[in-house]
Design a binder for this molecule. Structure first.
Ligand SMILES: Cc1cc2nc3c(=O)[nH]c(=O)nc-3n(C[C@H](O)[C@H](O)[C@H](O)COP(=O)(O)OP(=O)(O)OC[C@H]3O[C@@H](n4cnc5c(N)ncnc54)[C@H](O)[C@@H]3O)c2cc1C
Length: 298
């Protein structure tokens, strides 16, 4: 046995779990790919108590330091490419060809964003084009917002966005049907409705200044919100764990997946209010279940 717990993913959920497991004296290995994490495009992590406004990489480094102050965890910066059950254990295969044996596995691989094809998006993503008003709306309060409405949820959330600004232009995907009554509600809230999605981001001084539609029409903006579609990382499709209807890992109240011995926490289990404190909460809860399950097993 190389490790009691293999944590796959070194984001907030995996790191929170590693800390709780260390303080429970469980031998843990945190496996994390060297590719930049999903929130790396953002200059700050906001709304994280005690660490508000810190650089994402610093937050992770600080969490790693805390974990390493105990002698129970180690970090391997490697991709996990497969997990197989052998006897009562798990064989975790790494991208460099090596493998390790673990008693249990905690999946904490987050989600991947599928960003729409929009010229110039990458330059502003995580900065003046934001994914979540709770995380980054404050920096753009009372400014000119565009909402990239390619998902029905975004159309339903207008009342929430209005909390941060009253100057909102909705760009509605023509393939999504929006009831006339809802259109009237949006207009009634003072929002401008545009019946197409932009294809190009206009940029001045490295920040969003507007968007352009396929017909060449331009709109001035200071901030745009895109709530991207998401998918699981490839590894998940190679495991037998069940997914929910919306594509998240199905877990019980103890963060157990449908495969005994495999647990999951963080964004990959939940498409709602995804953020760092929520992921930390889930990692902590999953670790506690792992410890309790092991105690009752032995
Ligand atoms: C642009 C942007 C800005 C954000 N800003 C904020 C903010 O200001 N405040 C806030 O609270 N939240 C913010 N969030 C949300 C927050 O980053 C996530 O909710 C949180 O990071 C989720 O934590 P997690 O541990 O579930 O997953 P992640 O943080 O995504 O971590 C998962 C880790 O697993 C690794 N991994 C994946 N597959 C493998 C594999 N096969 N092998 C090894 N490692 C693997 C990934 O590389 C990643 O490092 C932001 C998100 C985005 C996209």
């Amino acid at each position: 046995m190389d490790t009691q717990v293999a944590i796959i993913g070194g984001g907030p959920s995996g790191l929170a779990a590693a800390l709780t497991l260390s303080r429970s004296m469980f031998k843990t290995t945190v496996l994390n790919t060297v590719k930049p994490p999903r929130n790396a495009a953002s200059p700050i992590v906001a709304a994280l108590p005690a660490l508000d406004h810190r650089v994402p990489a610093e937050v992770r480094a600080e969490m790693r330091r805390d974990i390493l102050s105990y002698p129970f965890a180690r970090f391997l910066d490697e991709d996990v490419i497969d997990v197989q059950q052998r006897g009562g254990d798990f064989i975790v295969r790494l991208g460099d060809g090596s493998q390790l044996t673990a008693q249990v596995v905690l999946l904490a691989t987050g989600m991947q964003d599928t960003l729409p094809s929009l010229v110039g998006l990458e330059e502003c993503w995580g900065r003046s084009i934001i994914n979540c008003p709770f995380c980054h709306g404050y920096e753009w309060k009372d400014q000119k917002w565009g909402i990239y409405a390619h998902r029905p949820e975004v159309i339903d959330a207008a009342e929430i966005y209005r909390n941060w600004t009253s100057d909102i232009t909705y760009f509605l995907d023509p393939s999504i049907s929006v009831h006339e009554e809802r259109r009237q509600q949006l207009s009634g809230m003072g929002m401008t409705l545009v019946s197409d999605l932009p294809t190009k981001v206009l940029i001045e001084n490295e920040t969003l200044s507007g968007v352009e539609l396929p017909d060449g029409n331009r709109f001035d903006l200071e901030c745009m919100l895109i709530f991207p579609h998401q998918k699981q990382v490839d590894l998940v499709s190679r495991l037998d764990v069940s997914l929910t209807e919306t594509g998240y890992i199905a877990i019980d109240e103890g963060f157990r997946t449908t495969v005994p011995g495999i647990y999951a926490a963080g964004d990959m289990t939940y498409g709602g209010h995804q953020n760092t404190p929520t992921a930390i909460h889930m990692g902590n809860m999953a670790a506690a279940t792992i410890v309790m399950d092991a105690c009752f097993r032995s």
